[in-house]
Design a binder for this molecule. Structure first.
Ligand code: HDD
Length: 693
């Protein structure tokens, strides 16, 4: 199917480097680029060397300011198609016809760290989508949490200054575990709901392909008759929602700082296209005040049990960018990029964003013509009276004012009956006032709802996360004040945190007891048990049972998993029935880079102490992080020696044993392979020994 955005990109591709020799920016061919022009072999460099000066000047100017937040990101192109017409609620052209694919570019990001920071930090993830619609660009600039830290955008600089590294020494990079953030949190209880999300495993997604996305604010759909409906946007990954555990996330920061970026890139290259369903929660205008919170308050969710999420379409990411800087770095999102049929609400956070994004692009991209950069160009025709400015790439002709007669009155204004963006007519009446609405006052009920909606292991991980973060805070008063705030959410939570960070247990007080929202728990967002795109390490070494190894690989690959043979050294391992090609050498990988590990008999038996130690660490790591493990034949005893006695492994009677995600058997069989796949499909096995933070 033709993709108008891809066709448009073709026109902007740089000259094919294979089409001729090296030139200067002016197209002058050069035959020497390794030595500057000098007065004599050992003499000074000459000003006349235009090639040298151009090359160095261009290099000196390669960097642009990184994004003040969300600097670290990765992006991809793809498409969106609606399941059915949404005309009942919105006249947005891209939501009308299931046969029409709208091109998209999505950029995922972390928030706190700079461009070069690690991927698997504890942080919110940005999930920003640019839809190149036939009616202009629509940007849904969301996050992987449905709520935000503050209610009014005027607090954004305060919040960001608090979460960014400490001002005197710029420590820590990509981390929220430091004094200034928690000082702010302890004094600003509106942060608490999002802080609960930040302390949960949602803040360390396994992959950009396995996290949800949310528009956060309440927006408006507007139908053809001009009628508005409140709408909250949700992206749901079709693979299910999967996260890491904190110990693993920290190790991954060192083993592969590009963990999420690489995963996105590799999966798209391999044709394993990430897919997300777009869902909406719709609230009729007349029900605006029927909730016990304010729809304009971005620190609140509408529980899905109260207003179900209605799936309206699917997005597929199927193409990596050609050039990171040109596309992923230069893409410019803006919450005010809306199309007819989508409109704003008076959410004060959204209103502030509608100012901030345009402003930031002017600085970041060096002037007002950034929408002419290929990745930002709409596929819809652009006819404006905007002119000139830095980096003007277009040659406009004719007049540039309206009304005009000398330009034939062009571009003409859309006539009243034809499509155009028309702001929703909304009655606004009030005193000019600098005060938050009392309807924004409750900061504790929804954090409590989140807490009471978690499974036991999720609650454990949240407590561990609070203990880790506050444990890194030097100011004792900040620890104490934060615990006091938590005591207003839930007493047990506050006591558990207090015990971990060495402050006095808070006195019991009245806390909210909201109805839990099961949809918030990762337990209820696991997906369908598929093993598609799970990374499985099969540890092999000389003497391996190659029949077992191949059977495991074939069966898991059949189910969609990505299986790699890992051996002490690269190349091949010798097996009784021939050689087995190795995918990666053990010293170059670690269990944190895989979702599961299988030992196909003689897996650990390399014989030399270094390799044996690496292999044992691999298996122990996988166990500690709750990952599925399979073992066959001689490896069962080797595995059993590494695991706690409480894990039941197969005896000599032949039947596979399945216990706490550990699957063992004497020999490979369909039952064994099925049990391994089921164990991988379940993602993690928290019934094992409790993890420490
Ligand atoms: Fe923001 C970037 C998401 C509140 C000001 N924001 C940015 C990006 C995402 C979000 C995903 C990265 C876009 C990209 O990949 O280029 N921001 C959010 C969400 C918010 C939010 C979901 C709350 C619901 N942001 C927010 C506020 C302000 C900003 C309240 C300012 C008043 N955000 C910015 C910014 C950034 C940005 C400074 C930095 C770079 C950029 O815009 O292009 O303007």
């Amino acid at each position: 199917m033709a993709d108008p955005k891809q066709e448009q990109r073709d026109a902007f591709r740089a000259e094919d480097p294979a089409s001729g020799p090296l030139t200067t920016d002016q197209g002058v061919v050069v035959d020497h680029t390794d030595d500057s022009l000098q007065a004599g072999e050992r003499g000074p460099t000459l000003m006349e060397d235009f090639h040298f000066r151009e090359k160095i000047t261009r290099f000196d100017h390669e960097r642009i300011p990184e994004r003040v937040v969300h600097a670290r990101g990765a992006g991809a192109y793809g498409y969106f198609e609606p399941y059915a017409s949404c005309a009942e609620f919105t006249r947005a052209a891209f939501l009308q016809d299931p046969s029409v694919r709208t091109p998209v570019f999505v950029r995922f990001s972390t928030v706190q760290g700079p461009r070069g920071s690690a991927d698997t930090v504890r942080d919110v993830r940005g999930f920003a989508t640019k839809f190149y619609t036939t009616e202009g660009n629509y940007d849904l600039v969301g996050n992987n949490f449905p709520v935000f830290f503050i209610q009014d955008g005027i607090k954004f600089p305060d919040f960001v200054h608090a979460v960014k590294p400490e001002p005197h020494n710029e420590i820590p990079t990509g981390a929220s575990a430091h004094d200034t953030l928690w000082d702010f949190v302890s004094l600003q209880p509106e942060t608490l709901h999002t802080i609960m999300w930040l302390m949960s495993d949602r803040a360390i997604p396994r992959s950009y392909r396995t996290m949800q996305g949310f528009g956060v604010h309440t927006f408006r759909f507007v139908d053809a008759a001009g009628k508005g409906t409140f709408v909250k946007f949700h992206w749901r990954p079709l693979l299910g929602v999967h996260s890491l555990v904190w110990d693993e996330a920290q190790e991954t920061q060192g083993r592969d700082p590009d963990f999420n970026r690489r995963d996105l890139w590799d999966c798209i290259e391999a044709g394993n296209y990430p897919e997300y369903e777009l869902g909406v929660q719709l609230v009729p205008e007349e029900d605006e005040h029927s909730f016990d919170f304010d729809l304009l308050d971005a620190t609140k969710i509408i529980p899905e049990e109260r207003v179900p999420v209605r799936p309206i379409g699917k997005m597929v990411l199927n193409r990596n960018p050609d050039n990171f800087f040109a596309e992923t770095e230069q893409i410019a999102f803006h919450t005010a990029n809306v199309v007819p049929g989508i409109d704003f609400t008076n959410d004060p956070l959204l209103q502030a964003r509608n100012f901030s994004y345009l402003d930031t692009q002017l600085l970041r991209l060096g002037g007002p013509n950034f929408s002419q950069i290929p990745v930002n160009r709409p596929v819809a025709p652009v006819r404006t009276n905007q002119r000139d400015g830095f980096h003007q790439n277009q040659i406009h002709r004719g007049t540039s004012y309206s009304p005009n007669s000398l330009g034939g009155g062009c571009p003409a204004l859309a006539d009243p009956d034809s499509p155009a963006f028309r702001h929703l007519t909304e009655r606004v009446d009030g005193q000019k006032i600098r005060r938050r609405s009392p309807s924004f006052d409750d900061h504790y009920t929804q954090p409590a709802m989140f807490w009471h909606s978690m499974s036991a292991w999720e609650q454990k991980h949240i407590v561990d996360a609070f203990r880790f973060e506050l444990g890194k805070v030097g100011a004792r008063a900040v620890r104490e004040r934060t615990v006091e705030q938590l005591a207003r959410v839930d007493h047990e939570l506050a006591v558990a945190v207090a015990q971990g960070v060495g402050v006095a247990e808070p006195r019991r007080q009245e806390t909210p007891r909201p109805t839990p929202s099961p949809a918030l728990s990762l337990e209820n967002n696991k997906g369908d048990g598929s093993i598609s795109t799970r990374q499985v390490a099969v540890l092999v070494s000389d003497g391996v049972d190659a029949g077992h190894a191949r059977a495991v690989r074939d069966a898991l690959t059949e189910g969609g998993a990505i299986v790699e043979f890992i051996a002490p050294r690269d190349g091949e391992v010798r097996a009784a029935d021939g050689a087995l090609a190795v995918d990666r050498a053990l010293p170059t990988v670690a269990s944190v880079l895989y979702d599961a590990v299988v030992l196909p008999g003689n897996g650990l038996g390399a014989g030399d102490p270094v390799s044996d130690d690496l292999a044992r660490r691999f298996v122990r790591g996988a166990y500690r992080h709750g990952k599925p493990i399979g073992a066959l034949g001689a490896s069962v005893a080797e595995l059993a020696a590494l695991l706690p006695d409480s894990v039941r492994t197969a005896g000599a009677d032949g039947a596979p044993a399945v216990d706490q995600g550990v699957v063992t058997a004497d020999a490979v069989s369909d039952d064994f392979l099925r049990a391994v796949a089921e164990s991988i499909g379940a993602h993690r096995h928290w019934e094992r020994t409790p993890l420490s933070g």
